[in-house]
Design a protein around this ligand. Structure first.
Ligand SMILES: Nc1ncnc2c1ncn2[C@@H]1O[C@H](COP(=O)(O)OP(=O)(O)O)[C@@H](O)[C@H]1O
Ligand SMILES: [Mg+2]
Length: 395
């Protein structure tokens, strides 16, 4: 078979990082029939186990990134940890190629946008300048500065790592000056934030393509424990329609303002005073896993469509409601031994496992249930997730 007979080559998306987000994006790429490759830290990474075109390398090493980018039409990310100077170098390399009449991989989202997912202090300041409501915050380097914040906002004070935090690692709620002093003793750059007394945490997930098309998913409620997302309820129960529209509008405007290409997840606190933005992610997000079955277009397909500058898919729900529960590793690793029970007990539960080694507390999968009775959906999802993790029905 010659190249002519094969027809035009499908576009190739390269995703830096090979965790579960890349793994689920790979599934969507298969459906679209496009090329998809991942840059994995090790061959055992969640996506490396399933993606035929895996390169093993170091995302903090520019030569590895440049080698990975060769042959890709678009470069995108399953995490926010690629150093900013490397993102800039990749963008320069693409611009040089374009100058020479060749096409280099477009970096989507670009480094200028990704910066606001990498540096929480820069994100706070940028959002404030754009007029987006956020928790009160201040840069701090010593206990006197933290105490000055507490004099204004009261204890507890939230200290947050400026860079590198995820799943609550890098967030410390300090009830006393002693606790704050303990955090400040670590060699981590932090800033201080008021402790927000929210009624619920929400997430507004939108997609934006390079030519500016936007699509907004229904606003969801996320339930965190210890800073880690455990459940997602779609749409957010009890959220007034006007509030939901406000969150979607804010996310779409932010995506345009920051020139995001691909997905933008806006994490929000909802309280009596309205909505406050907590943080941003520019990639598929845990709050959107329910969209695999629960929306007409999954967030993973949507991200690929957006970064390829294809028309976006319908983000609306495929059922009135969806509940998602994360599966966390527990002491006993034999998840597959528990499949039979979970599947027999509730054929409506959809199970997703990430191929990750089971370690206590590690996110290793999720389950989704669709229907129209949120309390029931939620308890079915929780029960299945708990049983998969532990072999017990309880929480
Ligand atoms: N200012 C705050 N007030 C109250 N709770 C907070 C605050 N900031 C973070 N949290 C809690 O900690 C969780 C993790 O914080 P976040 O800033 O989103 O960090 P991560 O990058 O780890 O997700 C949030 O989902 C929320 O439950
Ligand atoms: Mg968060």
């Amino acid at each position: 078979v010659t190249d002519d007979q094969r027809g035009p080559r499908p576009p190739v998306v390269g995703m830096v990082g090979a965790g579960q987000l890349a793994r689920m994006t790979c599934q969507a790429a298969i459906g679209l029939g496009i090329g998809f490759r991942v840059l994995a830290g090790t061959p055992d990474d969640s996506a490396a186990l399933v993606c035929a075109d895996t390169m093993t390398g170091d995302y903090t090493a520019l030569p590895d990134l440049l080698a990975f980018a060769r042959g890709c039409d678009v470069l995108t990310f399953d995490h926010e940890h690629v150093p900013g100077e490397h993102l800039a170098a990749l963008e320069r390399a693409a611009a040089d190629k374009a100058g020479a009449g060749q096409s280099g991989p477009a970096v989507r989202p670009g480094g200028a946008a990704l910066r606001y997912t990498q540096d929480k202090l820069a994100m706070r300041e940028r959002l404030r300048a754009f007029g987006v409501p956020c928790p009160r915050h201040a840069p701090v380097t010593d206990l006197a500065a933290v105490s000055a914040c507490a004099a204004d906002w009261g204890w507890p004070i939230v200290l947050k790592a400026v860079t590198g935090g995820y799943d609550g690692r890098g967030v410390w709620v300090c009830g006393t000056p002693e606790e704050a002093a303990g955090v400040l003793a670590h060699p981590v750059v932090v800033f201080a934030e008021e402790n927000v007394a929210f009624d619920a945490e929400l997430a507004a997930l939108v997609a934006r393509s390079p030519h500016g098309q936007g699509a907004a998913y229904p606003v969801v409620q996320t339930v965190q424990r210890g800073g880690v997302c455990h459940e997602v309820l779609a749409p957010a129960p009890g959220l007034a329609a006007g509030r939901a529209r406000e969150a979607q509008q804010m996310a779409l405007e932010l995506a345009a303002e920051l020139d995001v290409t691909g997905l933008l997840a806006v994490e929000l606190f909802a309280g009596p005073a309205g909505l406050l933005v907590n943080e941003l992610a520019m990639r598929p997000h845990n709050s959107g896993h329910w969209t695999i079955e629960g929306a007409r277009t999954s967030q993973f397909e949507q991200h690929l469509r957006a970064v390829l500058d294809l028309p976006l898919g319908d983000p609306w729900m495929a059922a009135p409601q969806a509940a998602m529960a994360n599966v966390f590793g527990a002491a006993s690793p034999d998840i597959f031994g528990r499949y039979e029970h979970v599947m027999a007990a509730d054929p409506g539960v959809k199970v997703h496992l990430y191929g990750k080694q089971v370690r206590p507390g590690r996110k290793i999968g999720h389950v989704t249930v669709l229907g129209s009775d949120m309390a029931g959906l939620r308890s079915r999802a929780r029960r299945a997730a708990a049983y998969l993790a532990t072999g017990e029905e309880g929480e």
